[in-house]
Write a protein that binds this ligand. Structure first.
Ligand code: 5GP
Length: 359
């Protein structure tokens, strides 16, 4: 047994130190980035925030809504060739990826999509544990087959495996084990790595090789998204923060909450209606029953099923997130998102914010 004693940090362990700035307004802050990817040599331009490939988040409708803001969507693994029919003229191929696991079934499925829709450029190869030898082999196989496509591979949380996946052919490595809002991996397995430190260490490893990383999971507010960029993430992927919107396609559930007040005329209790949408992890029992006909005997569920408040259209949430990050940039004197990490000094904190009025 060995123990690493240096402290690893999460988003909640730090705040940005404000710095003198010449920026007059947050309107001046540009959030667009331009990247050229290591292997594919593809040039990306957009705002590098991504919807996760989760049910209720990584939908085609979400891609159509987010592309208007130049944001990116990783589509869920359950889309087949026929799902793109008719939509191919509306979808902006620069702003979404199709996703795959490592099974032959999945590979055949994406082969069929990529054969017909040659404009699709991004392939996200996504497994819960990116540390297995077979995963690296699979990334290598897909790279050989698709030399000009952008390959996203993950998830990992350490510099060694980030480099290994890049050398195997990944352009972008997805970073995060256990930080997700509906993830129970840390409880079920005891495995994980604090997300802010994971970003700093993996970004350093990837950038040294001319590759990129995505911070995946754990953002609960626009401030967390800014912290992920500040720590060195090239992209930030969001699940929970994009859940509960119309574009996710989930069923809206009405709940009636007792306000503990009584109507003075009728003398009846007043109930307040609240709308929710079900949201679940892709390794939860709900997801496994939906996509795989149940939880296999040898494994346990590593995801939660929750109800999140219904939030209408995603546009408002996007504006809220982008507004927050622009404001971070003005506080630290970064004229653009590109400069944010260079302008970042984090202070370690014992308390992040005042929650006296937070329920
Ligand atoms: P969030 O933004 O909600 O905090 O995190 C989203 C990320 O959580 C996803 O992109 C994915 O990497 C991860 N995730 C999604 N479903 C599950 C699950 O069932 N189990 C685990 N361990 N992680 C999940």
């Amino acid at each position: 047994m060995r123990i690493e004693n240096d402290l690893k940090l999460d988003f909640s362990d730090v705040l940005f130190r404000p710095k003198r700035s010449t920026l007059a307004s947050r309107k001046e802050v540009s959030l667009e980035r331009r990247y050229i990817f290591k292997h594919s040599q593809y040039t990306y331009e957009g705002i590098p925030i991504m919807a996760a490939n989760m049910d209720g988040v990584g939908s085609l409708e979400m891609a159509l809504a987010l592309q208007k803001h130049q944001l990116f969507t990783t589509l869920v693994k359950s889309y087949h060739l026929e799902d793109f029919e008719g939509l191919d003229t509306q979808l902006d191929f620069r702003h979404f990826a199709i996703s795959t696991g490592t099974s032959q079934y999945d590979l055949d499925r994406i082969d069929a999509i990529l054969k017909k829709y040659k404009a699709i450029k991004f392939i996200c190869i996504d497994v819960a544990n990116g540390y297995s030898e077979v995963f690296g082999d699979f990334v290598e196989k897909v790279r050989k087959k698709y030399p000009k496509h952008v390959i996203i591979a993950g998830n990992v949380v350490t510099a060694d495996m980030t480099q290994e996946l890049i050398l195997r052919g990944a352009d972008i490595v997805k970073v995060g084990i256990g930080p997700g809002s509906v993830c129970t991996t840390r409880i079920q397995t005891g495995v994980g790595y604090p997300q802010l430190s994971a970003i700093m260490e993996c970004a350093d490893a990837a950038h040294g090789l001319g590759a990129h990383i995505i911070s995946d999971g754990g953002c609960t507010s626009p401030g967390d998204v800014a912290k992920a960029f500040g720590a060195g993430a090239d992209f930030v992927m969001l699940g929970g923060m994009f859940a509960g919107h119309d574009e996710g396609g989930g069923t809206i559930i009405n709940e009636y909450h007792d306000t503990h007040q009584v109507d003075s005329e009728t003398n009846e209790s007043i109930f307040e209606e609240k709308k929710f949408v079900e949201f679940y992890g892709m390794s939860s029992t709900t997801a496994m029953e939906k996509h795989h006909g149940g939880v296999a005997d040898y494994r346990s569920s590593e995801g939660r099923t929750v109800r999140v408040p219904y939030r209408g259209k995603v546009d408002k949430t996007v504006k809220d997130i982008l507004g927050g990050i622009r404001s971070t940039c003005t506080y630290v004197g970064a004229p653009s998102l590109k400069q944010l990490s260079k302008c970042t000094t984090f202070v370690r904190v014992a308390k992040q914010f005042n929650d006296v009025f937070v329920k």
